[in-house]
Design a protein around this ligand. Sequence first.
Ligand SMILES: [Zn+2]
Length: 86
Amino acid sequence: MKLLLCLECSDMFNLDLKMQKCSCGKTKGQYIDNLYAIYEGASAMPIGISNPSLKEAISNQPDEGLGKEFTAFIIPRNCPTFFRRG
Ligand SMILES: [Zn+2]
């Protein structure tokens, strides 16, 4: 799962086939198909969430105590499926 974090306003949002924007408007992005996505903005930070890891955490949601962790990561500057435009 691909998300964008705006380092300016701290909004974090997932992408859609329609262009999505943060609340300050400096970060935007969209999927261009099932795999490829683009983003724009000097404050845009691309973030990935491991889908299997998230699924596993959802299935094992604790009733109390500490939350169940899952894997999220900063996507590299040069990523063939999620790239900066402009
Ligand atoms: Zn913003």
